[in-house]
Design a protein around this ligand. Sequence first.
Ligand code: PGA
Length: 222
Amino acid sequence: MSKLIVGNWKMNGTTDLVDEFSRMMEADNLVLGLPYIFLSSFRSKTGKIKLAAQDCSIFSEYGSYTGEVSAKMLRSIGVEYVILGHSERRALSLLDSAKNVYRKLSNAIEAGLIAILCIDESYDQLIDKNTAKLIEENDEKVILAYEPLSAIGTGVVPDILEIAEQIVDIKERYHGVTTLYGGSVNSKNASEILSIEGIDGVLIGGASLKAAEMNTILSTGL
Ligand code: PGA
C-alpha cells in the first residue's frame, strides 16, 4: 500500500488555494489538514482527497460550548481524519494537556474519525497510560506522527538513521501502530524519508501549501 501523505495547512490558506487544490489534486493516499472553515467547501468541490481537521473539541455532545467543534460534527460533513496534540497546540494554547488530548482522541475514535496523534521526542511522557491503552485497543483508528521539535518549520531534518531508530522504538512500544514522520518534509527530502524502514508516511506543514510540492512528493510512488 502507498505511504500516507498528510498535509497540515495550520492557520494558512485562502479560498483561492482551496479552489486550486480541489482542482489539481487527486490521490488515494493524500490527506489534507485544513482550517475548519475550509473543510465543508473543499468537500463540496471534490471527494477525491481525504480531509483532516486540525483539532476537535474535548466535548463530545452538542451543547453550549462557544467556539467548539466536535468530532461528530466533523464526521457529519465528510471529514475522515483529525490531527490531534500538535506540538504547537500543546505549547501555545496550553489547552492540549495530556488529559485533554486523551479526551479528544477518545471523542475522535467514538465519532469514527481516524486520529493522527502528534508526538515529539518525549513521547513516553506525552502518551500517558490511558492514551496508550486507547491506542492499543484502537490501532486501526489511530496514527502516530513523530515530529521532533527541532525539525518543525526549521528546514532541519534529523539524521535519517536517528528517525529510523525512533520509528522502530515507537512501533515496538505501541503495538506496531501506523507511524508517520513530520518536520521539514519537502519535495527534495521526501523520497529519502519515505524510504526509511517501517515508516508509514509523512506529515507535512509548510510544503503542503504548494500544490506543485505536494504533487512531486506524491509522485515518488512510495
Ligand atoms: P513543517 O511542519 O513541515 O513546516 O516543518 C510540520 C508540522 O508541523 O506538522
